[in-house]
Design a protein. Structure first.
Length: 299
């Protein structure tokens, strides 16, 4: 028997979940799905970060499994999928920035919601006719130009129109991403409603390549106090305000030779405590990267 949860992650600082050395212009790119090019955070990174926060040795062993030296004893009770990008924050001429997503991303999220048994999610994902179109949540969208119904993201001028379905998705996700327990939750839900935009899949794919953070990093030579020889590199990150989602499964796994089983409810209660507050994910923790907030949504 197992229990499942939807995991939502809101990045409060740029997130660098790297893949090692790159082969292009960016020396340290972020992790992406091979087939879709969507940025992601590997489930192993999330599991490792939460495991490091767990100070109770017995609980850590039950939830995440024994240490590597005893890994053959039993597996952990918590199973994490990769976290996949849901909203990419994109610079906007109006409204500061847009929470951008695409029909493919929402359809994929809807598929996971159905598998998790989450009720009340919007039933329909609207489509777009051309790459020059965009859908916003309503007439009160902060992204719309005052003169005409245009959304200007980076160097893209898009013809926008309100969509009831986009408004329903913004409302449903806002309630779960910004619950009442958070400070100023109503203001943040209103911001998501007024700054969410649905883009054509091809337009979104273009922004996935051009709208991420790329930072030049250097290492200083201690003697000369200048850049060390060969110590200049370019590093990619997901921007602050990015939102990702994933799936968590808590199962009853037999532990040890006596066959004791963990309770899925106990595992989920433990993970709720471990995900409370800020969690550091990905690399470059000492320079403030990867600070995020996690929300577990019951299925």
């Amino acid at each position: 028997m197992s229990q499942t949860r939807l995991l939502l992650m809101h990045c409060l600082s740029p997130l660098h979940a790297g893949t090692g050395q790159g082969v292009g212009l960016i020396d340290l790119p972020i992790a992406r799905e091979k087939s879709t090019n969507l940025p992601c955070l590997p489930g192993s990174s999330l599991k490792g970060a939460l495991r490091a926060r767990c100070e109770d040795e017995a609980l850590r062993k039950m939830v995440f499994g024994p240490d590597t030296s005893r890994a053959d004893e039993h597996s952990g009770s918590a199973h994490f999928s990769d976290m996949t990008l849901l909203f990419l924050p994109v610079r906007s001429v109006y409204g500061t920035f847009a929470w951008a997503t695409s029909p493919y991303v929402l359809r994929r999220l809807a598929r996971d919601l159905g598998d998790l048994g989450l009720q009340g999610a919007p039933a329909r994902v609207p489509g777009l006719d051309t790459t020059a179109d965009a859908l916003v949540a309503g007439e009160g969208s902060r992204l719309l130009s005052s003169a005409e119904s245009m959304v200007i993201l980076e160097d893209l001028d898009l013809k926008a129109r309100p969509s009831k379905e986009v408004g329903e998705w913004a409302a449903w996700l806002g309630l779960r991403l910004f619950p009442e327990t958070l400070p100023q939750s109503a203001e943040w839900r209103a911001a998501l409603n007024s700054q969410m935009v649905l883009l054509h899949d091809d337009t979104f794919s273009y922004l996935l390549e051009t709208a991420t953070d790329v930072t030049a990093r250097i290492r200083i030579d201690e003697k000369t106090r200048t850049v060390a020889d060969g110590a200049l590199w370019y590093e990619e990150s997901l921007p602050v305000e990015s939102v990702l989602w994933g799936v968590l499964v808590a199962s009853a796994v037999a532990q040890g030779r006596n066959g004791d089983k963990s309770s899925p409810a106990t595992v989920l209660q433990s993970l709720e405590r471990l995900t409370d507050g800020l969690v550091q994910l990905g690399g470059n923790a000492t320079v403030g990267r990867g600070m995020a907030r996690l929300q577990m949504v019951e299925g």
